[in-house]
Structures are given as C-alpha cells and as structure tokens.
Ligand binder design. Structure first.
Ligand SMILES: [Zn+2]
Length: 471
C-alpha cells in the first residue's frame, strides 16, 4: 500500500482524542504543555531556523510568550534551515506540486505534501509525516464528523477512515486539479482503502455548473463537504429543481459560513450544516458542535489572537491576527506562526459539555475594505463577513462579488440579468450604504454590474470581496 499511514499512531491518537474531548480543562492544558515541550525539543534539534529563535531547553513557560512570531514568507525563504529533514528540497516539492496527476501521492514514500492557495501572498508548501496525519485523522474522525450513526466503529486498523465516511456516500466538491490540503487528504484516504474509495468521490467545482449538478445527481451523496459559497450555489440548484439530492449533512470549510447562507443550505437541501475552521498549516483547527459553536482542538493546536503589534488580546476580543502553533508536526515545525484571520477566543464553556474552548472566526484581515471615515483623515474598516452578511441577509442575494473601485466606490457584480439584477442591486445599494454609515464611514457610492460570474481562485474559493482592486 503506497500511502502515508501509521495504524499504531492512529489508534493511540483516536483513544486520546476520545478521552480528551470531555476531559477537565486543566488536564487538557497539561496535555498541551507536554506536547509543546516535545515540539520545542524537536524543533531545536532538527530545525536550524528554530534553534536560533527558541529559548534554551528547560526555560520556563514565561519564555514562551517571548518566542518571536514567524511569517510564511520568512519560513519559505529559509526552507532548508526550517525543515527537519534535509531530504525535503523545496525545488523538488514545487515541481511535484505542479503535476496534477500526482495529487494524493506520497512524497518519498513517507510524506504527504500540499500547497496553500496563496490568496495572501506567497503560496506555502506543507509537509506532513504519518504521525501528524494520524493526529489529523483522529481529530476529524472523533470530533469533526457528520452527526448520526457510525460512532461505534472507531477502533480498528482503518478506524478513522471508516469513521470519517461511515455508511455515507461522501462528495467533496472543491478544486480538484491542484495539490491543496482538502483534496490531497481526501485522495489519500481513498488510496488507503478501496472501500472508502467506492463511497467517497471528489467533484470539481471549476467545471460548468450543469455538469457538476448532473454528476452529483448520479452519485446521490448523503454527505457533501465543500465551501459555504459552493454549498449556496448547490442550494440554488436544488431550489430550481435541477439538483435532486437529499444529503443528511453538509460540511463546510475554507471560507466563513454566515447565518443566512447556513439557513438557506439547510432549507434548500434539507441537511444539517456543520461548519469548521482549518488551514493548510493545521487542517482541523476547530469543529462545530451540535450547539453551532466552533471548538478549538487545543490539545493539538495553540491559537493566540494578537493585536497589530503581536501582543495577546484578552478573551472576548477579536484579534488583528492569530498565532498558530502546530503540536503534531515535527518535520516542519510551525511555532507562533502568523495567520491573517480575525479570531476571537471566548472564555466560557459551551453548553454541549466540551472543555475545548470556543472561538469565532471573522475572515481574513487581507480582505478588509478601507473607506474614508466621516472625520478628516480617518479610515474605517469594513469586514468581509459583515459585508457578505448585509448582502445575504438583508437583500437575499447569495451569488455576488463586491469590489472596491476607489476609496469611496464599491462595485457589486451579480450573475443576474435585466430587471432582476437591477432590483437586487438597488436593494443592496441602500443596505450597504446604511451599513457603512453605521460603521462611521463617510458617504460611499455602490455601482452595479449585471451578468458577471463570481470568479474562483485556483483552490476553488470564491473571490467575493476584493479590496482596493481597480476595475
Ligand atoms: Zn459546543
């Protein structure tokens, strides 16, 4: 079997994830700190870059907060000094990532490799060994899984694989041509087990909608995993009577899921919707519980919301960015690594009983639109999630793109045509101007363009809010 898989580590990680899911917070923290110390030791030993940045072995916890944060650009620029295995050569991995036919193939028989979409600057290349993958598999299988039957099957050599699909027919709807984390992980599971392969299929989001709908009608999935914007598109196809599937669950990730989109997917597809938060740097960062809240897998990943100057922000307050530490990957250590997402960490426990902390995610900071404020010299930030919510909830429009043409002008592009487009643009114009004024912005113009498709990036994510673009 040519796949990166370690059944012993998977079994251990599964048992641990089950036990930790409802452990007291103090015990979770203790587990996290033990793993952190092991990660720091491994990074000092294997990574020349971290050897010069980390405090000496045996330093206290107080020194942890003084470890300088690190950016993707810095790590990618010093690749050879960063990774703990000299056999990992960036030029070879980049070459491998350009070969679409090799998606899901192991690298050197030992590693899974994926690239990030590069929506925020330089694309990253991420390498995982069997130990790290066992942790991701276990977290997906135990915590982030469709509700319903199958939970009793967690313990066996292919436990995670079976638990992840159970008796379901799972459709992954995403960009299938590139080496992105979701499709690489999915193809890996299919390679591991022919039984999974028969029950789980990927569908390209970049093909014509009619072809995608026909393929899904043929497959009849019971679980669909995709981006929220793609799920909204499927909801529209179901409402129009073209998509005829009845999934029991729609699992979303990759983009922020707004309440109006969630309600629409639930209604049109008759499915439970479960969101998640993940990144190429750590796939299963947080999962949504039955109470609709996102729980961080803090036994395996540390998230630290920080302000503009990388100082920690208190619970309940949104960070300007967030520092991520991956406790599972020792081949390519990620310690206090900067992600550009607005994350709020909440202090209280969730009513579902999990001790894992609750977070809220409000999209990437790179997508924030800046417009002049009412006072001279002042600028106001408009968050992409808030702008999308205004358009979705107040105007009932789910397929659109919002661009910034100049400081005071936004352009709303919609695929609709004729009177329908004019009416939708009119509704949104008023709502967006009202929203911007409520945020303290000066007057803005909102122009409309009909008959435009919403573009998607290479990874299939919709480019819905584009700041500072000249069109
Ligand atoms: Zn909960």
């Amino acid at each position: 079997m040519t796949a990166v898989f370690d059944p012993v580590h998977l079994q251990a990680a599964l048992l641990d994830a089950v036990a930790a899911s409802f452990a007291p917070p103090a015990l979770l923290l203790q587990r996290q700190q033990q793993r952190l110390l092991r990660l720091l030791d491994a990074a000092r030993e294997g990574s020349a870059l971290y050897r010069e940045r980390l405090p000496r072995a045996g330093a206290g916890a107080a020194d942890w907060t003084r470890v300088p944060h690190v950016t993707r650009g810095e790590l990618m620029g010093r690749w050879d000094e960063w990774v703990a295995d000299p056999a990992l050569r960036l030029d070879e991995l980049r070459d491998f990532s350009r070969q679409a036919a090799r998606v899901g193939e192991p690298w050197q028989g030992r590693y899974m490799v994926w690239e990030s979409s590069g929506t925020s600057g330089q694309p990253g290349v991420f390498v995982q060994d069997a130990r790290a993958l066992a942790v991701y598999d276990a977290l997906e299988a135990v915590r982030h899984r469709p509700p319903g039957p199958g939970a009793g099957r967690l313990f066996g050599p292919f436990a995670a694989l079976q638990a992840m699909v159970g008796a379901d027919r799972t459709a992954l709807v995403t960009a299938t041509g590139g080496h992105f984390a979701s499709i690489v992980s999915f193809e890996r599971l299919r390679r591991l087990n022919p039984w999974v392969a028969a029950q789980a299929r990927s569908f390209s989001l970049l093909q014509p909608v009619a072809a995608l709908v026909a393929a899904l009608n043929d497959f009849q999935p019971t679980v669909i995993a995709t981006y929220p914007t793609a799920a909204a598109l499927l909801a529209e196809e179901a409402e129009a009577g073209r998509l005829r599937v009845r999934p029991r669950c729609v699992m979303t990730g990759g983009e922020t899921l707004g309440p109006a989109v969630r309600a629409r997917i639930q209604q049109a597809l008759g499915a439970t919707v479960r969101g998640s938060y993940g990144a190429s740097e750590f796939l299963p960062i947080a999962w949504e519980c039955a109470h609709g809240r996102l729980h961080v897998n803090e036994d395996w990943v540390i998230l630290e919301p920080v302000d503009e100057r990388h100082r920690p922000v208190p619970p309940g307050q949104a960070g300007h960015g967030v520092l991520l530490t991956n406790l599972a990957n020792r081949v390519q250590p990620l310690i206090r690594y900067e992600l550009g997402d607005h994350v709020t960490l909440h202090a209280g426990r969730c009513a579902c009983g999990s001790a894992l902390p609750v977070i809220e995610v409000r999209g990437r900071r790179d997508d924030v639109l800046r417009v002049p404020g009412r006072r001279r010299g002042q600028s106001v930030s408009l968050l992409p999630l808030a702008l999308c919510t205004v358009v979705e909830e107040e105007c009932g429009l789910f397929d659109f793109q919002l661009l910034q043409r100049d400081a005071r002008t936004l352009v709303l592009r919609v695929p609709l045509r004729g009177d329908a487009a004019a009416a939708a643009i009119d509704r949104c114009r008023g709502a967006l101007q009202h929203f911007a004024a409520a945020q303290g912005a000066g007057p803005i113009r909102v122009l409309g363009e009909a008959g435009c498709d919403v573009p998607r990036g290479r990874s299939g994510k919709a480019c819905r809010v584009m700041p500072g673009v000249n069109v």
